[in-house]
Each structure stands twice: as structure tokens, then as C-alpha cells.
Design a binder for this molecule. Structure first.
Ligand code: MD3
Ligand code: FE
Length: 203
């Protein structure tokens, strides 16, 4: 089922569930090559969310700033390739939400352990903001915060659970958003964590 959160923001509840086993296996293979790590923001704070990437470009942050990098700075090697299933699932979800021909070149993989959060921010590091962003939630449920185009705009809260996919495009693309501190819990396949895949067209 498809539900509109806001203009341009569509949630496809359970859309990834039929693929949960393969998605989790693929995440395991990617993180064996490019382990999760907690990056440092330009302001010098270590993020509570641990991250890695797959695809031709990966989102990274360090003291020098945010960027998309074809190379994992920890290994000096290219990021693991994006599995065809990831690409196909993201494209199918985008199409169902009204954004056909989405061709992501970057997949950021975020890991939240209990207490980890993501503060309110905008995603503005992509060259083509005409392309949507597709996010896949796996593991423990989280509360997603969705605001407006100004940091001070009122935020709405949505609960995202294992298998949900959200497509953010059009007027929602530059909205402020974040994730509330992850409550502790136990997920049958992923244990005490939430993993989020974020697909973007960076270049
Ligand atoms: C709404 N990640 O990595 S994904 C991020 O759950 C990020 O890990 C969150 O925000 C997470 O930048 C949320 C959903 C998401 C991604 C991009 C958006 C929502 C968005 C861009 C605009 C509006
Ligand atoms: Fe974001």
C-alpha cells in the first residue's frame, strides 16, 4: 500500500519485505569489505550512526567536510559495487512513487544501535536534486522526523518499520529530516539494530 506523507514523499509499507533475506545477506557481504564506521562531522563531532556505502560513489564526512568519494578512505579501495537487487528495488520503488527511471549511483548504509540518532538536516550534497531519494528501513523500528524547508518549521513524526520504503522527491526533496534516538529492542533478523539504505543520484 502506498501512502503520501507530504507532497513528493510516498511511503511504501512493507515493500522490501519479500527481499529481506537477500538484502541482509548483501549488507553482510558489503560490510565485510567496507566495515561500518562512525564518521566525524566537519564540526569535529563523531556521529552516533555508523555508516558505509556501496555503489560508484559513497557519502563521507570528515574534518574537511562532506563529499561523495569513489574511494573508501579507510581502505583506499573503491566502495563495493551496488548489488543488482538494490538498484532494481530502488528503481521499482521510485517508479511506484511516480519517479520513473531512477538510476542511483550511491547507496549509503546507516546502522543505528540503541540510542543512535540523526539530527535534523537537509540532503544537499547531490548535484541533481531533481532525482528522488529512496530509503529502505530494516531491523528495529524508528521514529522519523520530517519537517519543512526551514530548520524551524514544525516536524511531523512517522514510525518506520522493517521493510518500509520511503521515496522523497519533488517538493519533499530538500525538506529537513532526522531520526529520533533508537529505542532498544530485538529484531528477529537483525538483532539490536536498525539498518537504513539510502539511495541517491549524486552525480
Ligand atoms: C527526507 N538518513 O542518511 S533516510 C541520511 O533513516 C538520512 O538513516 C535517515 O537522513 C535514516 O541523510 C533517513 C530517509 C530520508 C533520506 C533523505 C531525505 C528522508 C529524506 C531527503 C529529504 C527528505
Ligand atoms: Fe538525510
Amino acid at each position: 500500500d502506498r501512502e503520501q506523507l507530504a507532497p513528493g514523499a510516498v511511503i511504501l509499507r512493507g515493500f522490501a519485505r519479500p527481499h529481506e533475506t537477500e538484502l541482509i545477506a548483501a549488507i553482510g557481504a558489503i560490510t565485510a569489505q567496507a566495515p561500518f564506521r562512525r564518521m566525524v562531522t566537519p564540526g569535529g563531532h563523531q556521529m552516533s550512526v555508523a555508516m558505509t556505502n556501496c555503489g560508484s560513489l559513497g557519502w563521507v564526512t570528515d574534518r574537511s567536510g562532506y563529499r561523495y568519494d569513489p574511494v573508501d578512505p579507510e581502505s583506499g579501495k573503491p566502495w563495493p559495487p551496488m548489488p543488482p537487487l538494490f538498484r532494481e528495488l530502488a528503481e521499482q520503488a521510485a517508479t511506484d512513487a511516480g519517479f520513473p527511471r531512477f538510476a542511483p549511483d550511491a547507496c549509503l548504509i546507516n546502522r543505528y544501535e540503541p540510542g543512535a540518532k540523526m539530527s535534523l538536516h537537509q540532503d544537499r550534497d547531490e548535484r541533481d536534486i531533481g532525482a528522488p531519494i529512496v530509503s529502505v528501513s530494516l531491523g528495529l523500528p524508528a521514529t522519523f522526523l520530517f519537517g519543512g524547508l526551514k530548520r524551524t518549521d514544525k516536524t511531523q513524526r512517522y514510525r518506520l518499520v522493517h521493510g518500509d520504503i520511503v521515496v522523497w522527491g519533488g517538493p519533499a526533496r530538500l525538506a529537513f529530516h532526522g531520526v529520533a534516538p533508537l529505542p532498544d529492542g530485538e529484531h528477529g533478523l537483525l538483532g539490536r539494530q536498525r539498518v537504513n539504505l539510502t539511495f541517491r543520484r549524486a552525480r
